[in-house]
Design a protein around this ligand. Sequence first.
Ligand code: KIV
Length: 271
Amino acid sequence: MSISKEARKVTTNTIQKMKLAGEKISMITAYDYSFAKIFDAAGIDIILVGDSASNVMAGHTTTLPITLDQMIYHAQSVVRARERCLVVVDIPFGYYQSNSEIALASAIRIMKESGGHTVKLEGGEEVIDSVKKIVSAGIPVMGHLGLTPQSINKFGTYVVRATEEAEANKLRRDALLLQEAGAFAIVLEKIPAALAKEVSESLSIPTIGIGGGPHCDGQVLVMHDMLGINTEFKPRFLRQYLNLNEQITGAVQQYISDVKSRDFPNEQEQY
Ligand code: KIV
């Protein structure tokens, strides 16, 4: 049996064992109780309460506006649904960048108030002191390198990252620094597959790719993208498994028509 299926509860140790055994890690975002319950029961290894909630739940154009209180609210809803998977919660923009004391305070609030199991934050060398401080308080940290959406105003665009040697070298170094600082895994977002392969092979901790190619130790997708709820976002790395937008539109149109035509409710649908 696979390590993931054998685990009664998925922990950071399970994730580490999966890397060692060469078993791929599945991760998906969720922000509410109902979807988290479905994903957990389906057997997902990790649910990420991503700050992409800022985009897909709140309708902002970037991840920057979401607050720590809002992230904790989403994480609480996901944790209530969780029976088995590991729950990772993003520390949002503005709640860890200034110094490691603030980063630790934010991580502690997430763990205490939401019941999530680990936190995630973006960046390498710049956030190493914070990663060390959070890890030394007993809180597991997932790193995030490559395209880091909280820095969109520095990058200017969401194009593939680390295609130039200097940026690729920084990413190689940042990945090692995160591992040395005690991170248990690293998300690699939108970087060349060859670089993601090299980094994944050089690390003893797992990498989770999103637009990082097939050699990452696991993969993550945003639920609204892979379920086809949000159909405007179609990057090359995305595989859309459903077209829920079309199905929901059809169902709601049918409902409207049934109400207008007095077909709904019928004899069996009343008291
Ligand atoms: O917030 C998020 O959904 C993420 C994923 C894109 C990895 O960080």
